[in-house]
Write a protein that binds this ligand. Structure first.
Ligand SMILES: C[S@@+](CC[C@H](N)C(=O)[O-])C[C@H]1O[C@@H](n2cnc3c(N)ncnc32)[C@H](O)[C@@H]1O
Length: 429
């Protein structure tokens, strides 16, 4: 397919997303089934254009003075793909699959408008109601932070120490462009690429099937390491989900100790047994019912609460959720976090540690959540993660943010990762 056909496909998918309640990945998959002539390069390019449009939807609408799927997708080509209106017109001239060009009014708006003249939430590509929370978190750099959150994410991988050696896996994946991550010691990164660039499907690699590496954002790897789990300890991963962090913890503990994985949602937990088997993570015990944890009350050296959250830190990967998030969802997540923290805290031994993680950058889910927990649980105190950071990550690497010098905030702009918040709470002895 030529650029015009790919652009037309992206417009169809964006229109479909406006009328039906589903994810871009689902819409792209359906489009692929209905257009079997399209190759994997076409599907990747169309997916890139759909997601690039969603990432910068609001700033593009301002620059183009319009927000139809066609105007937005054209705007994404002009702003994110370095395709000028003149070049597109030339390329589409003889392409019968190309969509109609934008109107002269749209093109003249694009020629005349400057993003610096737009209100801050438009420059930041976020909904208005979120601006005060983001500004409270990042003060005068909040727009810059959100601009970085509107970029494309890389593909990050984590070498499984239980099965493999990083240097060997790096060599195996070098043809795919894998390089060591800047911070996570077992992390490897494949850069996002530009325009139609396609990321390799590393999960078809034999080393992946053998459990030598996992796909995991570097921020998630860092959050798991900030738990500080050591060989021989008893650890509870209370919101284990599919086990991304459980397996990172197992790798960090080198197979020595006990890792208990629990999740309130059995469906989410279901891939973990197979994944743990592939990773050789024998220290992992999966608990499917809350009652199974009874014997662990007050018995764990460390408890991780990787809490359900709005996912504002992962907007690069799920840009559609940036526009659907509302106050009711935020309130529901805050309630779930409170419940998970409160229940999980019962399992921390005296002198043990409760580590709270979200992939959100909203203070309501982070600093305010921790403050409320500490008020209700005077037996716990906030500990600083600064020393653990210095011991775990290279001194010359990117620096995280911190609102209080104790907690850690990761962002695309500061650490080059997804957005994460990590706080450590120690139980008095
Ligand atoms: C951010 S996800 C976990 C991701 C996972 N740790 C990983 O690294 O792949 C949050 C999880 O918390 C679970 N959850 C929500 N409320 C819970 C509760 N009260 N107790 C335990 N798990 C809960 C959800 O089912 C969801 O799987």
């Amino acid at each position: 397919m030529r650029l015009g056909g790919r652009l037309a496909a992206a417009i169809d998918i964006l229109a479909d997303l406006e009328t039906r309640n589903r994810t871009p990945a689902e819409a792209l998959k359906d489009w692929g089934y209905a257009h079997r002539f399209a190759g994997s390069g076409d599907r990747a390019a169309i997916g890139n254009l759909v997601n690039d449009t969603l990432r910068r939807r609001r700033s593009i609408a301002f620059l183009m003075d319009g927000d139809t799927p066609s105007v937005l997708a054209h705007g994404a080509l002009f702003t994110s793909w370095n395709v000028t209106p003149e070049r597109l017109a030339r390329e589409n001239e003889a392409d019968r699959f190309a969509p109609d060009p934008p109107s002269p009014a749209v093109l003249s708006a694009f020629a005349a408008r400057r993003l610096a003249d737009a209100p801050a939430p438009v420059q930041a590509d976020v909904q208005d109601w979120l601006a005060p929370s983001l500004e409270a978190n990042f003060s005068d750099v909040w727009v810059e932070e959100m601009r970085a959150m509107a970029g494309r994410p890389p593909l990050d991988l984590r070498v499984n120490r239980l099965k493999a050696d990083k240097a060997e896996i790096l060599e195996t994946l070098a043809p795919s462009g894998a390089r060591p991550c800047a911070l996570a010691p077992d992390g490897m990164r494949i850069a996002a690429g530009e325009g139609p660039a396609r990321l390799p499907n590393v999960t078809t690699n034999r080393a992946y099937a053998q459990g030598a590496f996992e796909v995991q954002d570097e921020g998630s790897q860092i959050a798991a390491l900030l738990l500080g789990a050591m060989a021989g300890e008893t650890v509870l991963d209370y919101c284990a989900g599919g086990g991304g962090k459980t397996l990172a913890i197992a790798s960090a503990m080198g197979g020595a100790g006990n890792i208990h994985a629990f999740d309130a949602d059995l469906r989410r937990l279901s891939p973990l047994a197979e994944r743990a088997g592939r990773a050789g993570a024998q220290a992992v015990t999966i608990h499917r019912q809350p009652g199974d944890l009874a014997g662990l009350e007050g018995a764990c050296d460390r408890v991780l609460v990787d809490a359900p959250c709005t996912g504002t830190g992962t907007w690069r990967r799920r840009p559609d959720t940036k526009w659907t998030l509302d106050r009711a969802e935020l309130a529901e997540r805050v309630r779930q976090q409170e419940e998970a923290l409160s229940r999980a805290s019962l399992h921390v031994r005296a002198g043990g540690e409760l580590v709270y993680v979200t992939c959100s950058l909203l203070p309501e889910e982070n600093e305010a959540q921790i403050a409320a927990f500490l008020e209700d649980n005077p037996g716990f105190a906030l500990a600083s993660l600064a020393e653990r950071w210095a011991e775990t990550f290279p001194a010359d690497g990117p620096k995280p943010l911190s609102s209080d010098g104790h907690t850690v905030t990761l962002t695309p702009a500061s650490t080059g990762t997804d957005g994460f918040f990590v706080a450590s709470l120690v139980r008095g002895s």
